[in-house]
Design a protein around this ligand. Structure first.
Ligand code: SF4
Length: 339
């Protein structure tokens, strides 16, 4: 039987779109496209809940290219929603061919999001991704031209909806009626729509990474406090054990980390392609350990473990000279904080 590919963010709308078609007996495969920024997603839970097999793929480096120069610009933060959807639809199209599906299903609702869900934007997204007539939006289908699965009688248009606008009430009512036992947030929790994340992403896309894979750095952006020095140095300081753990697991392909040995303090990371510790890197690490160590960092040389692409090794950070002692105060760091 002809099947569809459900683009599943893990939010309520895409889950409902899938459930509506499942209730019609339409076979679906869910595709979740993972953000390189590690956005929270309930895709696995919701795929189980609506009983659809799930495949997870990365949005990939091409997504980071479009993020730097989106043809259709950004939304209220660093969210290039129209370009992002074109990219996801193009990946969805390739996946459809792979699994022998003939149409794509999304949870979009006309007029729900200011940028990508206006009727004209929807048309542009379908045309630019080469998916005209092949994208079924069950929640708003009755407001949109008939699509391939409706024309072919694969999907009964009468059982689809004609919702528009930002109200979530119809979705919540339908979710209850269809017996959805988990009600995730409406969308997928995309970090790029978060204004607090904007400065870091702006810095990230402004840097020339000289052909290196950027996804490992992207995965670090949501953890820790990030500081940028005028010289371009980028320092990340873990805020808690959870930050420290994540940074420690992921920093090695993008930089070096300094882990306190024998005293309490944060993990301090520096983005760099060097594995040798320069005196400047040592100064920054010492300064950050004191500034964010909660007064528990001893004076004198500091024993740390350095983590880098070449492994782990013990290292001693010498005390800062008086002309560098300002690095040990929060007043030096806080103006450089990229939120
Ligand atoms: S909210 Fe995020 S994931 Fe969704 S379309 Fe916009 S940029 Fe893409």
């Amino acid at each position: 039987m002809t099947k569809g590919v459900l683009l599943l963010s893990g939010g309520l709308d895409s889950s409902l779109a899938g459930l509506i078609l499942r209730r019609m007996g339409i076979p679906l495969v869910a595709l979740h496209l993972e953000s390189p920024f590690g956005c929270d997603s309930m895709a696995e839970t919701m795929a189980r809940e609506i009983d659809v097999p799930l495949v997870v793929r990365p949005k990939g480096e091409a997504f980071l290219d479009l993020l730097a120069r989106p043809k259709y610009g950004y939304g209220s933060a660093m969210n290039p929603c129209i370009d992002c959807r074109i990219h996801m639809f193009a990946l969805g199209k390739a996946f459809m061919e792979e699994v022998g599906a003939s149409f794509l299903v999304t949870g979009e609702v006309v007029g729900q999001r200011p940028m990508s869900q206006k009727k004209r934007a929807i048309e542009a997204i379908d045309a630019d991704s080469g998916m005209e007539g092949r994208v079924l939006r069950p929640l708003s289908a009755k407001l949109l031209p008939e699509t391939y699965p409706e024309k072919e009688g694969i999907v009964d248009r009468n059982r689809l909806f004609g919702w528009a606008g930002r109200s979530r009430k119809p979705q919540l009512a339908l979710a209850r009626r269809l017996g959805l036992s988990i009600l995730p947030s409406p969308a997928g929790g995309c970090l790029l729509t978060d204004s607090h994340f904007k400065e870091r992403v702006g810095d990230f896309v402004a840097i020339d990474w000289e052909g290196k894979s950027r996804a490992p750095v992207a995965s670090l952006l949501r953890y820790g406090r990030h500081f940028r020095f005028d010289e371009g140095e980028w320092v990340i300081v873990g805020r808690d054990q959870s930050d420290n753990r994540h940074l420690e697991n992921h920093i090695r392909s993008s930089g070096v980390a300094f882990r306190p040995d024998g005293f309490d303090g944060p993990l301090v990371c520096i983005l760099t392609s060097e594995t040798e510790i320069s005196s400047r890197m040592g100064e920054l690490a010492t300064g950050a350990l004191h500034a964010f160590g909660g007064g528990k960092v001893p004076s004198g040389p500091l024993t740390v473990t350095v983590l880098s692409a070449s492994g782990e090794r013990p290292f001693t950070l010498p005390p800062l000279t008086p002309d560098r002692s300002h690095l040990m105060t929060r007043d030096t760091w806080l103006p450089l904080w990229r939120r």
